[in-house]
Design a protein around this ligand. Structure first.
Ligand code: DC
Length: 449
């Protein structure tokens, strides 16, 4: 697996200089996403298109090919085969890039490319939304900043060296305007990821910043003692196949079915809800349902298509809100996971739930995805399936946009169950867990459009 470093921050914070140097020292590939936005602006401007004209800019993406080529260790940017590396660095193109970066069609156009470059590679990617949107699971997230005056100073010097006639005041005004645009746009605004480390470079040298990044990357490469301990615990975890003898009390099952009918009726009234692949849902309990995660309604959406009551993990904090809320989520099968309490206790609790005859719903991505793309999965679900030797039903939850709203078209798809034994997963060793994890994540991705 590659190490991904997400480096975000405002214009002129020195991200590209720093990222290039850090990439060289680490032997990583440097990916300059700003250059991609600049290329789109450059292409539009050279075709006489106003970068504020959403329709025209969107149209200009048709057939547009943006490539990053690496020549003798430096990155060249190609637009439809033309090397535009220097042409995209003018102040006009900077402003144009800031304008096109506001458009959702442009961001979507680049997202896929950026994720593909990062997948499986050691990269350092700089931009504005890398840690928050493009690579939310990056192992290292950094937010590099400096005061606006210091940033203007640096860029002014750079431009002067190139013979650009802009004054310091113009450069500062430009930076302030771009900061405003980048932080105030509706989609993917410049924002520090919650789990990013902030580096304020105002009074740091370039080398000091690079050192800090190299240290962070090396720490990510080297598993911490904590991780090593968890891994060895995992290696030693014996399989504990779920016995499927326990059936739910018939009275409870009856009331559950009734509740399911009522809630399905309410949900179908609220959303344009359809289910696909219901024939893949096992009739018994004790199965794992692994789904992509889009909204707080996901556990309910999944439960409605499954015949047997579910259990699902929820953050411990949710159990300390108020008595009613705690009762409600517990009734619907939630059980608390204390963060950082270690894998083994969660796995034991999960298997107890499976043995009690319930189905267990897990969201391998860990957090909800806003844009619907399936992020990298965590290992928990694969580990549970391997230890419990139980089937995993992949689920894809699909709806357009960021949030579920009244009338949203929602499609819940159940895929073919993955049986650990059938794919030769008979232990909870790292190799077996990896294999079933890949199978699970690939199946989920195939059910999401
Ligand atoms: O980093 P830069 O100055 O080359 O970026 C050019 C513009 O592109 C800048 O105004 C912000 C925008 N951008 C973005 O919105 N998201 C990114 N990931 C990278 C750049």
């Amino acid at each position: 697996m590659g190490i991904n470093i997400a480096l975000d921050g405002p214009s002129g914070a020195g991200k590209s200089t720093i990222a290039k140097l850090a990439a060289k020292r680490l032997g990583f590939v440097y990916v300059d996403t700003g250059a991609m936005y600049r290329s789109i602006a450059y292409n539009a401007m050279s075709r006489g298109i106003d970068t504020a004209d959403e329709q025209a800019v969107t149209g200009s993406l048709q057939g547009l090919k943006i490539e990053l080529a690496y020549r003798e260790g430096t990155q060249a940017v190609l637009v439809n085969g033309e090397d535009v590396s220097d042409k995209i660095r003018t102040p006009e193109v900077s402003m144009g890039a800031s304008a096109v970066a506001k458009l959702s069609a442009v961001r979507e156009f680049l997202l896929e490319t950026q994720r593909n470059i990062a997948a499986g590679n050691d990269i350092i990617m700089d931009g504005r939304d890398i840690g928050t949107v493009v690579l939310p699971n990056a192992q290292v997230k950094l937010f590099l900043t400096a005061s606006a005056e210091e940033r203007a100073n640096r860029r002014f010097k750079e431009l002067q060296e190139k013979g650009d006639p802009s004054t310091y005041e113009e450069v500062l005004a430009d930076i302030e305007q771009r900061d405003y645009n980048d932080t105030h746009r509706d989609i993917a605004p410049l924002k520090q990821a919650e789990d990013a480390a902030v580096i304020d470079s105002t009074s740091m040298t370039i080398d000091q910043v690079v050192d800090e990044i190299v240290r962070a990357a090396e720490a990510a490469k080297k598993p911490s003692d904590e991780k090593k301990k968890k891994r060895s615990e995992r290696e030693m975890m014996p399989v504990r196949p779920v016995t499927k003898t326990h059936r739910l009390n018939p009275v409870r099952q009856f009331f559950y079915n009734l509740l399911r009918v009522i809630v399905t009726f309410i949900m179908k009234h609220k959303y344009d809800l359809t289910y696909e692949g219901l024939e893949n849902v096992p009739t018994d309990g004790g199965n794992v349902f692994a789904s992509n995660h889009r909204s707080y309604a996901d556990p309910v959406l999944i439960a409605l298509g499954a015949r047997v009551p579910i259990s699902y993990m929820a953050k411990d904090e949710l159990f300390h809100k108020n008595i009613f809320f705690t009762w409600l989520i517990k009734t619907f099968g939630a059980f608390p996971v204390v963060r950082g309490a270690g894998d083994t206790s969660v796995i034991d609790t999960s298997i107890d739930k499976l043995e009690s005859g319930r189905n267990l719903v897990i969201f391998p991505e860990g957090t909800r995805s806003k844009d619907g793309k399936v992020a990298r999965g965590k290992t928990g679900v694969a580990l549970i399936a391997a230890v419990a030797q139980t089937k995993v039903v992949p689920v894809g939850i699909n709806f357009e946009g960021e949030k579920l709203t009244k009338g949203s078209k929602v499609v819940v798809r159940y895929g073919k169950p993955i049986d650990p034994a059938e794919i030769g997963v008979t232990s909870a060793t790292t190799g077996d867990v990896k294999r079933i994890k890949k199978e699970i994540m690939d199946s989920i991705t195939g059910l999401v459009y």
